[in-house]
Design a protein around this ligand. Structure first.
Ligand SMILES: *[C@@H]1O[C@H](CO)[C@@H](O)[C@H](O)[C@H]1NC(C)=O
Length: 265
C-alpha cells in the first residue's frame, strides 16, 4: 500500500542524520535528539485537488518541508537551509517527491475511500415519551437516532403532518468515537386524543427518509384493556353457568319422567 515512498523518506532521514551529526559535532547540541519525517496528503473535493507535504522535524521544531504545491523543498529555519538546498539539487528526490501526489496520495485514497469517505451506516430511529403519557399533560417526545455514519443528518418533527419548529431541542451531534454518531431531538408537546406525531430522519445512507410515528391514545390504555378482559371473563363465566344449567335441565326432566312412568304403572 504505497510503501514505495518509505525508502526515500528513510534515505532522506539517513542523509539528514549524517548531515546533522556532522553539523552538530563540536557544537553544544544535546546528546539525545529526535528527527522525524511526517508525510501528509490533503484532499479537497475527492482527488480533484491533492497536496502532498513532508515535514522534517528536529526535536519539536519543523525545519524543512516538501510542499507539492510549490514543487520543491523549503527551509523553515536556519537548520533546514543546507538540507533544502541539497534535496532541491537532487533531480531524483525532487521527481519522486512530486510524483507522490499520484503514486502515494491518489493511490492510497482509492484504497481507503470505500471504508472511510464512502462509509455509510443507516441510523436506528426510536420514538418514545419522556414520561408515561397522559392526555392534556405536558410531556416531551424523544426521537433517538443512533449508530449512523457519516454525521450529516436531518431530523424533523411533525404533528398531524405539520412540521414543528417550536419546542424542538437537540443534544446536537454526538461522536461515539467508533465511526458512528448519535443524536436525540426532543419535542415539547401536550398530547390530545388522536394526534399523530412523526419523527422524520433523512441521511445519506437511506434511499428515502425514515419516519417513526407516535400516537396520542386515551389515558391508561392498559386499564381499559384490563376492564375489557374482566368483562369478557365475567361473560364467559355466565355463559358456562348457563350451559351447565341448561344441560342439567335437559337431563333432569328425563329422569323424573321415567320415575313418574314407574309410579303410574
Ligand atoms: C469537484 O470536482 C468535480 C469533478 O470531479 C467538479 O465537477 C466539481 O465542480 C468540483 N467541485 C468543487 C466544489 O470544486
Amino acid at each position: 500500500m504505497g510503501s514505495s515512498w518509505v525508502p526515500w523518506v528513510v534515505a532522506l532521514l539517513v542523509t539528514v542524520v549524517r548531515l546533522d551529526s556532522s553539523m552538530t559535532q563540536g557544537r553544544d547540541a544535546p546528546e539525545d535528539f529526535v528527527i522525524q519525517a511526517k508525510a501528509d496528503c490533503y484532499f479537497t473535493n475527492g482527488t480533484e485537488n491533492v497536496q502532498f507535504v513532508v515535514r522534517f522535524i528536529f526535536n519539536l521544531e519543523e525545519y524543512a518541508r516538501f510542499d507539492s504545491n510549490l514543487g520543491m523543498f523549503v527551509a523553515l529555519t536556519e537548520l533546514g537551509q543546507p538540507d533544502a538546498e541539497l534535496w532541491n539539487n537532487r533531480p531524483d528526490i525532487l521527481a519522486r517527491s512530486r510524483a507522490s501526489v499520484d503514486a502515494l496520495c491518489r493511490h492510497n485514497y482509492k484504497l481507503g475511500a470505500p471504508f472511510t469517505v464512502g462509509r455509510k451506516v443507516q441510523p436506528e430511529v426510536t420514538v418514545y415519551p419522556e414520561r408515561i403519557p397522559a392526555l392534556q399533560h405536558h410531556n416531551l417526545l424523544l426521537c433517538s437516532v443512533t449508530g449512523f455514519y457519516p454525521g450529516d443528518i436531518k431530523i424533523t418533527w411533525f404533528r398531524n403532518g405539520q412540521e414543528q419548529r417550536e419546542g424542538v431541542m437537540s443534544t446536537g451531534l454526538i461522536r461515539n468515537g467508533d465511526w458512528t454518531f448519535q443524536t436525540m431531538v426532543m419535542l415539547a408537546m401536550t398530547p390530545e386524543l388522536g394526534e399523530v406525531y412523526t419523527c422524520l430522519v433523512d441521511h445519506p445512507s437511506l434511499l428515502s427518509p425514515v419516519s417513526v410515528e407516535w400516537r396520542a391514545q386515551s389515558e391508561y390504555p392498559w386499564r381499559k384493556m384490563l376492564s375489557g378482559i374482566a368483562a369478557f371473563l365475567v361473560g364467559l363465566v355466565f355463559l358456562l353457568v348457563g350451559i351447565v344449567i341448561h344441560t342439567r335441565a335437559r337431563k333432569g326432566p328425563k329422569r323424573s319422567s321415567s320415575s313418574t312412568a314407574t309410579l303410574r304403572s
